[in-house]
Design a protein around this ligand. Sequence first.
Ligand code: FES
Length: 246
Amino acid sequence: LTLADWDAEAGTITLVIQAMGSSSTLINRMAVGDRFVGIAGPLGRPSELHPAAPGATVVFTAGGVGLPPVFPIAREHLRLGDHVTLIAGFRTKDLMFWTGEDEKLGRLKAEFGDLLDLVYATNDGSFGYAGFVTGPLGEMLEAKRPIAEVVTIGPPLMMKAVAELTRPHAVKTIASLNSIMVDATGMCGACMVPVLLEGRTVRRHACIDGPEIDAHIIEWAKFLPRFHQFRDQEADSLRRHGLGVA
Ligand code: FES
């Protein structure tokens, strides 16, 4: 569930939601006129925009529904005059979205022209680069293209792979984390992110310290299993809502 855009004047926000569990499935079944009782937010810390040095590009690697939260951050960099390389990866061509000329990315390209490089990758090679987002990023790193920083948003394994790729090149890398969140106020601990600081594991919370965290200090091997911590409850919830078995 991602906050993709907003219009302060109209008082609207745009959410992109992939149906995974019962809540997201039921939200996606809402019809025009249905309403939430309330929405809490914004929570956590705002994105930190570091202006890029002249000649450097800010790289975004977005996997699947990582693209919506990448969009407003990339747009903000473009508005600052930074060059942006947006590498958007999808499993297959049929799952691509926002990429048409009169859709979000097409309009962004029309507005900012050469300031924005759009690179598409599909795992099955059905569109653009054949493979994962790490392919085009790896080529940029090997070519020693000046990179101001890499921002990665998407599946945890993809963010880990991006972090491992940039680490030997000492390119600053930020992961915007989609940890499981329960209360989103720092009290329940569900979204805990183990990070390594001065040789010690320290707890961070994606909901109040994040979502953006230095990808090179995250202890990915400890962090990744946490995405499965409520698997039984999720399966039970799907059953109770008559939505099948996870
Ligand atoms: Fe509970 Fe972050 S969601 S501490």
